[in-house]
Design a protein around this ligand. Structure first.
Ligand code: 3AM
Length: 180
């Protein structure tokens, strides 16, 4: 049996924000629009790693130990629909520099460790609905919550009993925010 696991780095959503998002989402989208992502699975992906061996996982986690990036805040004021992957997402019109730097660092460490990185530009987003392949009515505005990112985490994606679940394997603090 292979010991590799399907992994990614992401920002976890604080519990209170998870709850706000799912309450708002229930009103904002019709039930036919797509399959809602479970509250506990809401996250903002920083770097997708793919199938990773135990040895490479350890190496990437030890590199993450040395990251000393400051935390940052982002306003969740953008919404969109990508019909091809069938994703409805919540994002930001102005990605803070700290977010872009953290993603770039994790992606370049992943690439140097041999994890294929998509050439598509990084578009920070929180997936709200999946299997949204038909046209979706996107609300014109979002509640514009502010997401204070204070940690980032390594997740394993597990497909079991017909459902994908994300298990948080390890979490790292971001340094106190600058300019607050
Ligand atoms: O929920 P989001 O969209 O942020 O889309 C997958 C999900 O991100 C993404 O990794 C996250 C956890 O599964 N993902 C899956 N396969 C991918 C790939 N081949 C991928 N991202 C880039 N390349």
């Amino acid at each position: 049996m292979s010991s590799s696991r399907r992994l990614f780095f992401a920002l976890p959503l604080p519990d209170a924000l998870q709850q706000q998002v799912i309450r708002w989402r229930a009103d904002a989208f019709s039930s036919e629009a797509g399959r809602p992502v479970a509250a506990a699975n809401l996250h903002l992906t920083l770097a997708f790693l793919g199938e990773v061996s135990a040895q490479k996982e350890q190496a990437l986690a030890r590199l993450a130990d040395r990251i000393a990036q400051p935390g940052f805040s982002l306003r969740l004021d953008d919404l969109g629909h990508w019909p091809r992957p069938g994703v409805v997402w919540l994002g930001t019109r102005r990605a803070p520099r700290g977010l872009l730097q953290l993603a770039e660092l994790l992606r370049s460490q992943a690439a140097r460790s041999g994890c294929y990185q998509s050439p598509m530009p990084f578009h920070p987003h929180i997936t709200l609905l999946r299997a949204a392949t038909q046209p979706v009515a996107i609300p014109p505005t979002t509640p514009g919550w502010v997401f204070n990112a204070e940690t980032f985490a390594l997740y394993q994606s597990v497909f079991e009993n017909g459902r994908t679940r994300y298990h948080q394997l390890e979490q790292w603090p971001l340094a106190p925010q600058e300019n607050r």
